[in-house]
Write a protein that binds this ligand. Structure first.
Ligand code: 16G
Ligand code: MG
Length: 546
């Protein structure tokens, strides 16, 4: 390691003194002007990680659904997964080291992680469409080159496309070809095969309106459009030509405001969906004949997909196990529907894709979705091999056709990360195959009315939780108070957790609509829970729970 060169180059990417950032659930994320040194250092760290794992590592420059002024960076591990937790700590240490200490901290990491510095390193880099992303990704490249790592810059790609590239490169192309062309070919082939015998041929099913959040999803969908145009016609809105990234549009806006995105013409009963700024999240929505807005979130997406998969397995006659993984934000109605009607086991993990992804790997088929639209389906290697084998061996035509469908579903899902484009194609295929309208899909179950609020606090760590964030441990008394409250309302549930991405505490509550829903939820959140949390976190010893 040439420490002089590192010191010299680092001076070109100086750290604002005293700035402390943390590698959180979504990597580093903050105002773009504070990130130049972080990018350079993540270039350095990616090289160490690549040497240690003897694999290609990804670096994605994006701040997803955050405002345009923000930016961020995430490292992608060898199988397209999120960075391992011990390396998240290394990332935090390296990003926060003061200028003069940085080379030493870098050396310490390489010693602690037993990195063989002689090993070659290869890094792939991608970025979203933010005005600051190009320059910041250049700083990543500076970090990679000063440590003599090799790299390939994919330029503008969605986050899941970069995860896909990493996965392809580390499986010697077995997963697919590590190019955008390879990605489009793989997905479109699976989609066209899957939908070639659809029940319905009407135009209504073939056209979909997509709100692209004025982000990278628009560029990539435009590139992909002609590959699938025979099966699906997409009409793009908020494609970045006019509006601001994520402003009043995109999956995060639609989900958190439960409102249609601006800039999209929606006629009643038309099927619409929204991506987030880096296209790793998707939610569907429509306006009914009375002009009411209906949101179809990650929970309902998971339900549609798992019922389809279960039917295919029944048809094939194979007993592969399916598990659905959710977080505490999953609407209680979805969990009940999955467990009681569909008889599928449901598991709850902490918020953040890495936790769900990890849990989903325990099943033959692991379906995971956060309510906010992050998610995918993972197939174990054994299940995949079995299914591919069945497509060749089965003689019964119906069973064989079902196995082939399942094979195409495997290819259509992005196994490395939740992917709005891939999820959208799976959903569209299922709706066509099952001849389901968006209203019929929506009617699978009724969401329990819910409220999600955030409380700005000085120190969010005052609240700590357990049981996949569903129970509060500290401060003492809060969980008991929540228990007392929810007892009063039918099917009610509430929890409080510190955010992993902002200095806020999040409060969630849901309850049965029959109990005059505005009254009950507002009471739980507005009158009792929020003031209590605020009271605790600002240090006031107010107990508003009497
Ligand atoms: C990040 C996570 C997302 C999670 C959200 C929660 C990834 C790629 N993204 O955006 O999954 O829902 O954080 O934010 O893991 P919070 O902790 O502020 O509620
Ligand atoms: Mg995102």
């Amino acid at each position: 390691m040439d420490l002089d060169a590192i010191t010299e180059y680092s001076a070109l990417h100086p750290k604002p003194s005293g700035l402390i950032l943390q590698y959180g659930t979504a990597g580093f994320r903050t105002k773009a002007e504070h990130l130049d040194h972080v990018m350079f250092r993540m270039g350095l760290l990616a090289v160490l990680r690549s040497k240690q794992t003897k694999s290609t590592i990804g670096v994605m420059v994006t701040a997803s659904h955050n405002p345009e002024e923000d930016n961020g960076v995430k490292l992608v591990d060898p199988l397209g997964e999120m960075l391992a937790p011990s390396w998240e700590e290394h990332a935090t240490c390296l990003a926060n080291a003061e200028e003069q200490d940085m080379p030493r901290v870098l050396m310490d990491i390489s010693v602690k992680a037993a990195v063989n510095l002689q090993q070659d390193a290869f890094i792939v880099i991608g970025r979203d469409t933010r005005p600051t992303s190009e320059k910041l990704s250049q700083s990543v490249i500076d970090g990679v080159t000063v440590l003599e790592g090799q790299f390939h810059d994919y330029g503008l790609v969605t986050t899941p496309q970069l995860h896909y590239m990493v996965y392809c490169r580390n499986t010697s192309g077995q997963y697919g070809e590590a190019t955008l062309e390879g990605y489009y070919q793989k997905l479109s082939k699976a989609f066209m095969e899957l939908t070639k015998k659809t029940l319905c041929s009407e135009d209504e099913y073939r056209s979909l309106k997509v709100d692209c959040a004025n982000g990278i999803g628009a560029l990539k969908l435009k590139e992909m459009e002609h590959y699938v145009s025979q099966g699906l016609s997409v009409q793009l809105f908020n494609d970045g030509t006019k509006g601001k990234l994520n402003h009043l549009c995109g999956a995060d806006f639609v989900k958190s405001h439960q409102k249609p995105p601006q800039g999209m013409e929606m006629k009643s009963n038309e099927r619409c969906c929204s991506f987030d700024g880096d296209a790793d999240r998707i939610v569907y929505h429509y306006l009914d004949v009375d002009g009411h807005f209906h949101l179809i979130d990650g929970d309902k997406i998971a339900t549609l997909i798992s019922s389809f998969l279960k039917e295919l397995l029944l048809e094939i006659g194979e007993s592969l196990n399916i598990g659905v993984v959710q977080t505490a934000y999953a609407n209680g109605s979805s969990t009940r529907y999955l467990e009681e009607v569909m008889k599928v086991p449901v598991y709850c993990t902490k918020t953040g894709v890495k936790h769900l992804h990890h849990k989903a790997q325990e099943f033959d088929i692991g379906v995971y979705f956060e309510a906010n639209g992050h998610g995918t389906v993972l197939f174990s290697k054994a299940a995949e091999t079995k299914i591919r084998q069945l497509t060749k061996e089965l003689e019964d035509e119906r069973r064989k056709a079902a196995a082939k469908m399942l094979e195409n579903v495997i290819d259509l899902f992005n196994q490395a990360a939740g992917d709005a484009i891939s999820d959208m194609l799976v959903i569209e295929a299922i709706l066509m195959l099952k001849d389901l309208s968006i209203q019929q899909w929506d009617a699978l179950y009724m969401d329990l009315p819910n409220r999600q609020l955030k409380v700005k606090v000085a120190d969010r760590q005052v609240i700590s939780t357990t049981d996949a964030e569903r129970q509060v441990v500290t401060p003492p008394g809060l969980q008991e108070a929540i228990n007392d409250l929810v007892k009063k309302y039918k099917l009610s549930r509430a929890f409080v957790r510190p955010s992993g991405t902002e200095d806020v505490v999040r409060v969630y509550a849901e309850a049965d609509s029959q109990v005059s829903w505005d009254g009950s939820i507002e009471k739980i959140c507005g009158e009792s829970l929020i003031p209590w949390v605020v009271g605790v976190v600002v240090g006031e010893k107010r107990k508003l729970f009497q």
